[in-house]
Write a protein that binds this ligand. Structure first.
Ligand SMILES: [Zn+2]
Length: 509
């Protein structure tokens, strides 16, 4: 008897639910999730491409919700953290050989990544295949090309195997441009045998790289016909002659006019950031993130992105509300909670990448990022367990050994879902750990957990990812798991310890 009485309080303490957390979590409802998601994944938002008017509308909606809840603006009085985007459109180009205009698409094309310039050269230096592979071959041997126009042949000679394959190979067009750059060439002509070509797409996509540390040489592709005229051989036999080493690497006289002009546009996209200030530990931060952008529309077809990642975004809105309700009841979190909806994820993790490089709150005081990308549906290919009661959890064994203990503890205590670690296997070909916004926190040393439903089936990145296909009960349950986990991380005495070194695998080339 005595023993039992003595033990009882201990057991109770270990298993006692926090009533305030339970009460707050109950405000995460199917009705609310539906209400927000049907708006975020609506026609009016036009698929939320970065950048676009639809994306801005979604940002306005998220900001209005944060404001209405009573969150504080996260960026010096503003709910937005804007970042610039750049896009180039070619306006015109021309190529003249000894005073004669060469026809665009029929015999030459400019690289649309060129800077705007006009250059005139009196000679061209032929440098074979333009390969510079330190261990095997240097087509620039004995040539001086600094400040010069270089002519090189596409492809590789038969007797040469590059030391490296793929994008970074010395024989790839990227490798060849790098070689020309390091030798100091001002401009490069690359000979291709696939002319005439279809006309160029004059517009580049939007990019974050408006400023470059290094400009690659001004460059044009040309036909064997034009190259033959420069080198004084018949264009039809040019490729064979080069292959057989019958054309000397040296300077050839020719008057060449190169011109390229373009228009550069700038746009802005934003992360939407709302903060709930903590109490005694308010200078430490728990981040809850999801991306609110998606693929936009192609012609008139809208990619709604209800699950990807309307679900995560809506989850963030509802988790914010739950924490606000707790605060109103006098049980606000000890640490500050930062709710951040990021953009540009589908383009290459732009918004979170920008935040990681321009953090508003110190990253070493950011105890965790809980990132949600797709939590509203179930994975049809998952053949084990209960398809209405699971979530894939990624990253809880990395950076901090506290993550797993808390994640599993909170799940056991409050939600009781199957936590599936399939996508956490380092050998999983999907490489999920490196593929959503949490990675931009992890790369800076911040512990992360990523929540995901594994919906990679028929509707993934299709116009059919729509709100009526969401399993709202399951969605609500997963959002609650994130809430309880955040609750514990915001209220425990210590920040999560960072005791595991993140191994970043080398990119397969
Ligand atoms: Zn996504």
């Amino acid at each position: 008897m005595i023993c039992v009485i003595a033990l009882a309080p201990l057991l109770a303490a270990a298993q006692k639910k926090d009533k305030n957390a339970v009460k707050a979590a109950a405000t995460i409802t199917v009705e609310d999730l539906k209400k927000h998601l049907y708006i975020i994944a609506s026609k009016e938002m036009e698929g939320r491409e970065t950048p676009s008017a639809g994306l801005d509308k979604a940002a306005d909606y998220i900001e209005a919700h944060f404001k209405a809840l009573g969150l504080t603006p996260g960026n010096n009085g503003s709910f937005r953290q804007f970042y610039p985007l750049y896009k180039d459109s070619m306006l015109s180009s021309s190529f003249k050989l000894n005073g004669n205009a060469i026809e665009l698409n029929k015999d030459y094309q400019p690289q649309t990544s060129n800077y705007a310039a006009s250059m005139r050269f009196s000679e061209v230096v032929f440098a074979g295949y333009g390969i510079s592979d330190p261990e095997k071959r240097d087509d620039y041997k004995d040539l001086k090309v600094a400040g010069k126009l270089v002519l090189i042949m596409d492809g590789t000679p038969a007797d040469y195997k590059p030391t490296q394959t793929g994008f970074a190979s010395p024989a790839s067009s990227f490798g060849k441009m790098n070689a020309a750059l390091s030798k100091g060439a001002s401009a490069v002509l690359i000979v291709y045998s696939n002319f005439p070509r279809r006309s160029l797409n004059a517009n580049s996509g939007w990019s974050m790289n408006g400023y470059k540390a290094t400009q690659t040489p001004f460059s044009f592709t040309i036909s064997t016909e034009v190259a033959g005229k420069i080198l004084g051989v018949d264009g039809k036999s040019l490729a064979d002659k080069i292959k057989n080493g019958e054309i000397a690497s040296k300077a050839y006289p020719a008057e060449i006019d190169l011109e390229f002009s373009k228009q550069s546009k700038m746009a802005k996209a934003s992360n939407v950031i709302g903060v709930l200030e903590g109490t005694d530990l308010k200078d430490e931060y728990v981040f809850i993130t999801a991306h609110y952008d998606h693929l936009g529309k192609r012609d008139t077809v809208i990619y709604y992105g209800a699950d990807d990642d309307g679900s995560g975004t809506t989850g963030v809105l509802e988790i914010a509300e739950a924490f606000i309700k707790a605060k109103e009841a006098g049980k606000g979190p000890r640490r500050s909670i930062v709710f951040m909806a990021v953009s540009g994820e589908e383009k290459g993790l732009w918004g979170s990448g920008y935040y990681g490089n321009n953090p508003i709150f110190p990253l070493d005081k950011t105890t965790v990022d809980l990132n949600i990308d797709m939590i509203g549906r179930s994975d049809a290919s998952r053949k084990v367990g209960d398809s209405t009661n699971y979530v894939y959890v990624v990253g809880d064994d990395k950076i901090s050994s506290d993550l797993k203990v808390i994640s599993e503890g909170m799940n056991k205590q409050y939600v009781k879902m199957e936590l599936d670690y399939k996508f956490n296997d380092p050998k999983d070909p999907n490489r999920i750990y490196f593929r959503s916004d949490h990675y931009n926190f992890a790369a800076k040393g911040v512990p992360i957990i990523f929540y995901y439903d594994g919906m990679l089936g028929a509707d993934y990145h299709k116009p059919t990812d729509t709100p009526e296909k969401i399993q709202y009960e399951l969605f609500a349950k997963r959002a609650k798991l994130v809430f309880f986990t955040a609750w514990e991380m915001a209220n425990r005495n210590e920040m999560l310890k960072r005791d595991i070194k993140l191994e970043i695998p080398k990119r397969g080339m």
